[in-house]
Ligand binder design. Structure first.
Ligand SMILES: [Zn+2]
Length: 272
């Protein structure tokens, strides 16, 4: 099993994120797995995960370089990691950063979280990054939709603006684009390399009602959906996410695609 939506921050940054999640009034949840480093890796291996991404993002200038270096170091320690970094447009030199993390660090892609960074996906400062990624076949994992508690719903439109410029860019829309499932479904019709991850979808958690795009969505997009969990920042047990998808009885072939084969193809890995 490959998990395409796992967060991997340095311990101090994780602590700050968990504090934010658990602050009453932020509309979020208590974190079930407060793990980092080797404990984090071991916990996923116990769940049967063979490879997983290292998603992180910056919320202020000057942080992205530190985060990218942490991932580079961690990927040398943990061969299970599929290294993903990030770019903060406000730092400037986006093109240089992209060259460094893709050519020198060999990252598979980047994560962008427009609501946290306050930088839109169609910000032209990202265009040199997208151009490099398109050339090198790198992957953009992004969270442009309004789940769990964001007010704006223009993310699909902004992603479309970016993809109109870079139509061969490989993109994974996190959380199946919840709650704007229709907008992202439409985007998938127009762009061949658009994927979805399942992080926190269809899990019966009180914190996220309407988090499920429905069984038909999984059939229709069976070649574009990759399994993701949002570990470790989740309120439920890891197994709940796996069970939620299995409960649709999609059949062995589609389940294999979602839990393994689509990610192998997207990442360009050899089948093990
Ligand atoms: Zn996430």
């Amino acid at each position: 099993m490959i998990d395409m939506h796992v967060h991997f921050f340095p311990p101090g940054v994780f602590q700050a994120i968990w504090r934010y999640f658990e602050t009453p009034g932020n509309g979020l949840w208590n974190i079930r797995y407060k793990l980092h480093g080797s404990q984090h890796v071991e916990a996923l291996k116990r769940e049967g995960v063979k490879r997983f991404t290292s998603l992180l993002y910056a919320h202020k200038p000057g942080l992205a370089g530190y985060l990218n270096d942490y991932i580079r170091e961690s990927s040398e320690r943990f061969p299970e990691l599929l290294p993903f970094g990030t770019v903060f447009a406000g730092d400037g030199h986006s093109e240089k950063v992209a060259r460094r993390i893709f050519e020198e660090y060999k990252f598979y892609g980047i994560k962008l979280h427009p609501f946290v960074s306050n930088e839109n996906l169609d910000d032209p400062r990202f265009f040199p990054v997208y151009e490099t990624m398109e050339d090198l076949g790198k992957i953009l994992i992004c969270h442009p939709s309004s789940v769990p508690a964001y007010q704006r719903t223009d993310g699909a439109k902004r992603l479309r603006n970016a993809l109109n410029e870079f139509p061969r860019l490989k993109v994974v829309v996190a959380h199946c684009g919840a709650y704007e499932f229709g907008d992202y479904n439409a985007l998938a019709q127009d762009f061949e390399y658009l994927y979805f991850d399942t992080a926190m979808n269809c899990v019966h958690t009180e914190s996220l009602p309407n988090n499920c795009p429905g069984r038909e969505f999984f059939f229709k997009n069976q070649d574009r959906i990759v399994f993701g969990s949002d570990f470790p920042n989740i309120p439920h047990s890891y197994a709940n996410q796996v069970e939620a998808l299995n409960s649709f009885n999609l059949g062995e072939i589609i389940e294999r695609k979602i839990f393994n084969d689509n990610a192998i193809k997207l990442l360009g890995l050899n089948q093990e």
